[in-house]
Design a protein around this ligand. Sequence first.
Ligand SMILES: [Zn+2]
Ligand SMILES: [Zn+2]
Length: 287
Amino acid sequence: MKYISIFLQKTYNFFGYFINEVAHPHWTNYFYWLIALSLFCWGLELLFPWRKNQKVVREDFWLDGFYMFVNFFFFSMIGFYGISNVFSELFADFLALFGIKNLIADRVSHLPYWAALLILFILKDLIQWNIHRLLHRVEWLWEFHKVHHSVKEMGFAAHLRYHWMENVVYKTLQYIPLGMLGYGLKDFFIMEIVATAIGHLNHSNIRLPLGYFKYLLNHPQMHLWHHAKNIPAQYGVNFGISLSIWDYLFNTVYYPKEDGEIELGFSGEEDFPKDFLHQETYPFLKK
Ligand SMILES: [Zn+2]
Ligand SMILES: [Zn+2]
């Protein structure tokens, strides 16, 4: 009961906070950050398009834009704010059973702030890389992940085109370990903005030549291959979210050449619905 009430209370608080955000623009404000990042990436697509013949308002542009707001606010922000508070409370209570305090969290809190943030960023990205691999390997998870892979023309807004269930899977699996390390929401704000910016760029119709940094950072040319319809691996390639280094380290990289014109999608996509409502119900109704 206690955890349910924490979840409801925090979720309710956040809902009020969200309304307040829209009403009061400020630099620590998710709502306006998402809009600003989207406009920035769209501007880059207009000024320096990689696929020159792709329309400014590409196929599924509005659908992806809709996904962006639904996922970012109603599930991602609001839902996980409740969930992460429940997990940190659960973990603290669990430790209290044995009369101990969270020692790792204690250590982390003594690090300089930038170092704690950097550790958080790397750790979070590695956890997400693993979750992304799971989404491709586990059959019932793949049914949800198909939404993200059903995009046929790539653009920044496709970043947040995914089934709401992915929010549940990602947030739950990553906040268990991160909550244990004692990271709080204030830290997640900066991470979330940085990760959103990188994710938006990775899906944008632009070319980002990174030189040797391509071994460290994910980029649009590499992520496009993640969406390619024809790849040599059965369970996908290039799972990197913000960092590409995990794919190089664990040998899941596939980047034969830079090619903006490769066909996107997955085999069997002909049967996949084209509208929001049917995409949302598809994994539950599929036999
Ligand atoms: Zn994927
Ligand atoms: Zn993607």
